[in-house]
Unconditional design. Structure first.
Length: 123
């Protein structure tokens, strides 16, 4: 009888040890998932904090000749907008162009030159 009870006790302990291993495995997976979720949440929060308040600018240029250009630029402020236009003018061989007028149009969330058009002359 004692042998039978001892055998049953060993079987119960073995079953409990197996269940504990399963629960430990589940807990480890849960902790790993929680770390991954928190990491993703942190990355999203950092990305939303980096987003600035950008504006849409219209920039008109002129040169010593009769030609001029109209740029539509998205940038943080008018200084960045002018800098983008100056970089484009220099890269495209139009160093003789000067900025005539800068007008802020609307708020946006990116930076770049949106459009370039020719300035029409009044004759």
């Amino acid at each position: 009888m004692e042998q039978k009870l001892l055998s049953e006790k060993k079987q119960i302990i073995s079953t409990l040890v197996n269940w504990q291993a399963v629960f430990d495995n589940i807990t480890n997976k849960k902790n790993h998932l929680l770390k991954h979720i928190n990491k993703e949440k942190t990355i999203k929060q950092q990305n939303t904090q980096k987003v600035g308040n950008h504006k849409l600018f219209s920039i008109v240029t002129y040169s010593s000749g009769w030609d001029g250009l109209v740029f539509t630029v998205i940038a943080e402020n008018d200084i960045w907008a002018k800098e983008l236009v100056y970089q484009w003018l220099e890269a495209n061989g139009r160093k003789n162009h000067k900025i005539d007028k800068v007008t802020a149009l609307v708020s946006q969330d990116v930076r770049g030159i949106v459009n370039i058009g020719a300035k029409l002359l009044d004759v």
